[in-house]
Design a protein around this ligand. Sequence first.
Ligand code: GLN
Length: 619
Amino acid sequence: MNKLERSAVSVPKAAENNQSPLLGFLQDCHRRYADNMDGALADYIPELSKADPAHFGISLVTIDGHAYEVGDTQVPFTIQSISKAFVFALALDLVGPENVESKIGVEPSGEAFNAIRLNAQNRPFNAMVNAGAIACSGIIHAARGDDAFDTIRQAMSRFAGRDLDVDDAVFQSERATGDRNRAIGYLLRSSSVIGTDVTAVLDVYFRQCSILVNAHDIAVMAATLGNRGINPVTGEQVVAPYSVARALSVMTSSGMYDYAGEWIYRVGLPAKSGVGGGIVATFPSQFGLGTFSPLLDSHGNSTRGIKVCETLSEHFNLHMLNRTSNAHSCLLADYDLAKSSSHRSRRPDEMDILIEHHDKVRILELFGALAFAEVDYVTRQLTRNPNPLFMVVDFRRTAGITGAATKLLIDSFGTLAVKGVTVIVTGIDRKTAALADFREAIKNSPSIRNFPLLDEAIEWSEDQIIYRFGGNVDFKETLHLDEQALLKSLTESELDALAALGAVKTFESGERVITANEPASSLYFLLRGMVSVKLPTGVRLATLTSGMVFGEMALIEERRTADIVADTKIICHVIPLAAFHAFCNKNPKVSEKIMRNLSMLLAARLIKANKKVDLLSAN
Ligand code: GLN
């Protein structure tokens, strides 16, 4: 029994030699086991006994397609039984699970890979032992005839991301000496698991076992299994997720022959080995591992490969059944208008409405990868009383949403709609493939509104609240400067004198009134209509309506810091800065009042920004 050597491998300090800690770990692993000469070369296929026992390669390919390579990862060897997992997935994909599952069982056999035995129903125990694998080759032969092998070779090539060839010498050697497999083949024919042409089926099987791969190839193949059938390097969907999950299931229970139970107990990762010296192991959703070392133990598994897998799993705690996740961490923030409103600046009468009805708009900002548990938690938050009128759910920081999570969310949104809550989603229109199914589900749910930006959704909800509770949203005219917050507490005559310095001007909808980086020359008091403060990238910083001033930063900064674009036709009272300054110099009391008002306006903006930061870091 292979007992785990705890903490046997020390990780070199990655920071010191400026390399990946994972690569350092794998290198250390390689160094540690390279001298281990336990085991023997497979010699029942004469050609395999010519392998170099010193060869040893480790390749790990991550779910994002990055490869870590140590040792002989480019040395070719025959894939042998590792092919069984991939051909099983291919068969499920090609002829459908019913056909495959009627011919091949999914129970562990507890016997050696080449046992000449079937189960009580005269079916192979599973597709990872020779009997099941030959049955699988038979299924593909029945479906594709003479093209069967090429179908397999092409599928394996897509799993590996490159065109794979056959080692003809190994193929001939195995065909010449494969009487055990021939015995299995005839047993399968007598039980009607395969058709009459046993020789042709066995040829397909022997050839598929003789496909040449290296450790890097099988790591990519393993990573493809870990990525629901999408090759993480090429991006190609090789087989359907169903087929992958079923292949991984049988790898889990039977991938390591009569060592399978011990393996899953200790290492806890689905894996498959071959007598050519390869082992693939997959950590679903994380990585694929490929090891190559031709010295085998009595079960036919690579001795060094087993050690690498055990050490890696132990050191990083990778047993797939030893996992947890914090469902609550997906809720970044949960707030209403009292805590954070849109970038739209509102007049005092509008503000009053929003303050009174602040809890009618609730905003949930979600984060990370949303799976079953995370979204179940979110749905419980969504339905918590009291219910708002508008529920804004922001997905801008989510990495993806699983199918189960999508079902739960869409159901929950439906329940809210029935209760009269308008659901608005934001941030789902990014090009993330992991959101594609969710986007589709939203498209098919007409009651759910979708805004690209969170700020737009909040602003829209605020507008609805203002309409509904008696406000008139825009276009109110404030033709006199005494309604301007910047000019608060100026006397009638001071206001008149100030007004006389400038003139009333009109700008059309869409017109750019101020351009970023240009020198500032005027102050604009908005009398009618709406403008947006925008960065040159188009991101909106604020929207202002009548009664508000813009261009006022010119009192502090000489150049414009952002664009101002008219959202509607606007009327402004425009006062040239030079005249304004001259007036202030002559009237220090006016100057003092305006500066105090300006400080108040800036302080209010700062308080709002701080609140938002606080909100996001509190959760
Ligand atoms: N081609 C080999 C055989 O059938 C495959 C065995 C294996 O890799 N375990 O004997």
